[in-house]
Design a protein around this ligand. Sequence first.
Ligand code: GLC
Length: 422
Amino acid sequence: MKMKSLIAALLASATLGVVAAQAADLAVVSGDTGNGLEFLRSQLDRFEQETGNKVTIVPMPSSTTDQFGQYKLWLAAGNADIDVYQTDVIWAPQLADQFLDLADAAKDVVGEHFPSIIESQTVNGKLVALPAFTDAPALYYRKDLLDKYGKSVPKTWSELAATAKEVQDGERAAGNADMQGFVFQGNAYEGLTCDALEWVKSYGGGQIIEADGSISINNPQAVAALEQAKSWIGTIAPQGVLSYQEEESRGVWQLGNAVFMRNWPYAYQLGNGDDSAVKGKFDVAPLPAGEGEGARSAATLGGWNVAVSKYSKNPDEAIKLALFLSSKDVQKERAIKQSNLPTIVALYDDADIAESQPIIPNWKEVFQNAVPRPSAPAKVKYNEVSSLFWSAVHETLSGKGTAAENLELLEAKLTELKGDAW
Ligand code: GLC
């Protein structure tokens, strides 16, 4: 070995030695949609280089409901194998006791985020998780097909149903037997709670449980909203939509087989990918409004965060990782590559983001007006509330009982679950 390279090798091993002394093996658990895990890996590679830590991804199914079930078990058992969890916005009150308080570690950066998002992750003064991105759905529509049939973007659900039917039938007659009018998330899981809360709220039917804890779901507007949604099954939406989650809807849409789709912003970038049949042919709008008193366009507030397990054996390095994954740098990359909505205010004025993903600046207002699921008032019982709600909706869409019957029953079950207080 030449002298110069010997010195270089010695220096390198000395540096590695220093890093190795404080480096940790960390594990982050994440379920995601699209190519989310690939993106996460690319960011972890950067983190590894910058800190000398090693990070393994423990992959999970993309259903938030499946993830929650597993994480609850792991955390209850004091699992020390997972350091960092990617957490849904609705989980904070339910898992607060299992995560470290990040308030102190994040004190210099919390001010960069939208205060309402930080608040949603704060439980009794404890900052349970740091925001990685926020979420609010869009109505994806095929520009080319609406132009072809001389239709405008629907502003109400009735308009959507009429346009979806006309274009679907026209395209089927023209030879695409697979064409569907509208795809969404009809499976019995948290995603259906999101979709159905939008229908109910858009008809002025409230938010299932209101901020003061009162159970509001059994009302005529909510009944009208669910009956309307039921009328789509088998007419403008395939029967199979009753088992669709986000990815199944996106699959149909990206093959070019749907006129409209309800989905989150992540589908925007993927829909414009080179392997997408709808690349350049679609745009997004706010979801349609219902009818009657209090009707409005309603979007359910979603979003993902990073939390550090209190059972982590390397809490300091794990906190570093959480800070990194929620940082402005990573959020900017995430916005550009994943079309996920940032939680950092300044990124909505970022020219690179606006240029590559125009949905993002346009969605600032949509997510700021988005409707939260009742995870704050229902506290630790939220998952049960949601599961009772999505079941009642799924039964209704499947034709098992009317909306009125199912919502009356739901009200009784929620009342029992609540007991004296949530
Ligand atoms: C999205 C949202 C999340 C929601 C989930 C439902 O991932 O960000 O908040 O619970 O969809 O499927």
